[in-house]
Write a protein that binds this ligand. Structure first.
Ligand code: MN
Length: 202
C-alpha cells in the first residue's frame, strides 16, 4: 500500500481572500505531494509499509527522522485541508461548543489561546486543538511536522483542528504578517468537520 495525495474538496481559489489560490496550489500540489512521495520512500520495504498513517505516528521511533518529518507532513496536511471550507467560519455549536466553554471558559478565550499558540510558535510548526478521552479540550503547538499523535510530544489528545504556520502556508500573500494569516484562518474553519472529529474521539 502506498499513501496518496488526497484530492481537495474545494477549488484552489475557494478559500480566497483568506488563503489565496497560488498558495493553495503550491502548498497542496508541491509541498504535500513532496511529503507524500518522501513518506512512501521512507516506509517502502519496511514493516511500516502496511500500516495506517495514524498507526505509524502512534508507534513512531522519534529518531526515524524521514518518517517523523514526512509522515507528520502527510498526516498534518490531510487534516489541515479537511478542517477548512469555503462555507467555514462562524462559531462551533452543539457538544463541541459546550466542550469549548467547559475547557476554556468561552469561545473567545479558546480563540485567543489558539491564535497565540499559532503566532508564538517560533519558526515552522503547527497549532492544534486536541480532545482527550472524556471530552476535555487542549490547545498546543508543535515544531516542524511533529504531531500530537507522536509519542512523548508533550501535546496529548487526538487532533481535531490544525493550523499550519510554516511560511510556505502564508508567505506569498501575507509575507511576514503571520498574525493576519492566523486571524484570516478563523473565517475558513469548517466547524462541522471539527465537531465530527470531536464526537468520534471524545
Ligand atoms: Mn504546510
Amino acid at each position: 500500500m502506498s499513501f496518496e495525495l488526497p484530492k481537495l474538496q474545494y477549488a484552489y481559489d475557494a478559500l480566497e481572500p483568506h488563503i489565496d489560490a497560488r498558495t493553495m496550489e503550491i502548498h497542496h500540489s508541491k509541498h504535500h505531494q513532496g511529503y507524500t512521495n518522501n513518506l512512501n520512500g521512507a516506509v517502502s520495504g519496511t514493516d511500516l509499509e502496511s500500516k495506517s498513517i495514524e498507526s505509524i505516528l502512534n508507534g513512531l521511533d522519534m529518531k526515524n527522522m524521514a518518517v517523523r518529518n514526512n509522515g507528520g507532513g502527510y498526516y498534518n496536511h490531510n487534516l489541515f485541508w479537511d478542517v477548512m471550507s469555503p462555507n467555514g467560519g462562524g462559531n462551533p455549536s452543539g457538544d463541541l461548543a459546550a466542550a469549548i466553554n467547559s475547557s476554556f471558559g468561552s469561545y473567545d478565550a479558546f480563540a485567543e489561546q489558539f491564535a497565540t499558540a499559532a503566532k508564538t510558535r517560533f519558526g515552522s510548526g503547527w497549532a492544534w486543538l486536541c480532545v482527550h478521552k472524556g471530552g476535555k479540550l487542549e490547545v498546543c503547538s508543535t515544531p516542524n511536522q511533529d504531531n500530537p499523535l507522536m509519542p512523548g510530544i508533550g501535546c496529548e489528545g487526538y487532533p481535531i483542528l490544525a493550523l499550519d504556520v510554516w511560511e510556505h502556508a502564508y508567505y506569498l500573500n501575507y509575507q511576514n504578517r503571520r498574525p493576519d494569516y492566523v486571524s484570516a484562518f478563523f473565517n475558513v474553519i469548517d466547524w462541522d468537520e471539527v465537531s465530527r472529529r470531536f464526537n468520534n474521539h471524545k
